[in-house]
Design a protein around this ligand. Structure first.
Ligand SMILES: NC(=O)c1ccc[n+]([C@@H]2O[C@H](COP(=O)([O-])OP(=O)(O)OC[C@H]3O[C@@H](n4cnc5c(N)ncnc54)[C@H](OP(=O)(O)O)[C@@H]3O)[C@@H](O)[C@H]2O)c1
Length: 275
């Protein structure tokens, strides 16, 4: 994984200190890119990060929308990558943290490479929590800030053939609520966006293209991002995008975990799309 730091424009963070600043992780594609587009059109300066060179293309498109944009290529699964992102903030107040970077991993747990397993946990959980710790402390000291985590409705169900991923999202969904309660009255709000299946590069990256969930109906990432951004700005605790996903979370809360695990098998089993 890359850990190069590519500041792609000269000191932009200093050049527009009057503007609000948003950090968006995982902004090279999918939901994160759409979150960054909304931040750009809503007048935020942007500091965006992802692991691959695509982040610079995304930065170019965001600049074309008129947003002051800095891009970093860092592996947010590593402490060093998160430190580099925080260093790039360079003491400027962060108005919004959209901690969205994450990835899945299909197939049976025991057939997965453990380095890949660990990268899912290190990205979705450890790196996300570390970044929230750095940014959150600063926001609390200033008595102001908004944090949006991208969790998932996957956190409501045991993820047969995506076992580790669903576990990481259960963590994020839970963590976001706890942090929100701890920061009650501090001026810092914490929100959790919980999308259902969304039409992004997620399934290809997780090697899940032959699954039912990958080939089924999916939500538009721009719609999902809008729902998450609005929840963040209103300071709402959590938001599930789309009525079908809302229904799924209600059903998940009253369905035995064993049954949910069996249902998830049908969605995520390799080759399941052809059965
Ligand atoms: N798509 C869905 O069905 C769905 C449903 C619920 C929740 N989500 C969540 O939504 C978030 C965004 O995913 P997406 O669907 O938009 O997928 P996506 O298009 O694959 O975008 C994922 C983003 O995260 C970045 N990323 C992944 N690992 C990283 C790492 N270690 N360091 C830095 N950046 C990293 C990727 O950048 P690189 O390419 O540079 O690695 C990319 O910008 C994730 O947290 C995902 O779990 C997705």
């Amino acid at each position: 994984m890359a850990s190069d730091l590519l500041l792609s424009s000269a000191s932009p963070l200093e050049s527009s200190m009057s503007q609000r600043l948003a950090i968006v992780t995982g902004a090279s594609s999918g939901i994160g890119y759409e979150l960054a587009v909304i931040c750009a059109t809503e007048g935020f300066d942007l500091l965006i990060a992802a692991d691959q060179p695509g982040i610079d293309d995304a930065a170019g498109r965001l600049r074309a929308l008129g947003a002051q944009t800095d891009a970093l290529r860092v592996d947010l699964a590593t402490r060093d990558g998160v430190d580099r992102l925080w260093a790039a903030v360079d003491g400027r107040p962060v108005d919004a943290l959209l901690a969205n970077a994450g990835h899945g991993l299909g197939h049976a747990f025991l057939d997965q490479d453990f380095d890949d397993v660990r990268h899912v946990i290190d990205t979705n959980v450890t790196g996300t929590v570390y970044l929230a710790h750095l940014v959150g402390r600063d926001m609390r000291a200033r008595g102001q800030g908004r944090i949006l985590f991208t969790g998932s409705i996957a956190g409501f169900m045991p993820g047969t053939f995506q076992a580790v991923y669903n576990g990481t999202k259960a963590f994020i969904d839970s963590f976001a609520f706890a942090l929100r309660a701890e920061l009650d009255g501090s001026g810092v709000t914490v929100s959790c966006l919980m999308p259902g299946a969304t039409d992004t590069e997620f399934f290809e990256r997780a090697d899940m293209l032959d699954t039912r969930v990958a080939q089924g109906a999916k939500d538009d990432p721009a719609m999902v991002a809008r729902v998450g951004f609005d929840a963040m700005m209103k300071g709402e605790g959590d938001v599930v995008s789309g009525w079908k996903n809302k229904l799924q979370t209600v059903l998940a809360s009253i369905t035995p975990a064993e049954r949910l695990a069996e249902q998830h098998r049908r969605m995520a089993e390799p080759g399941g799309a052809d059965k």
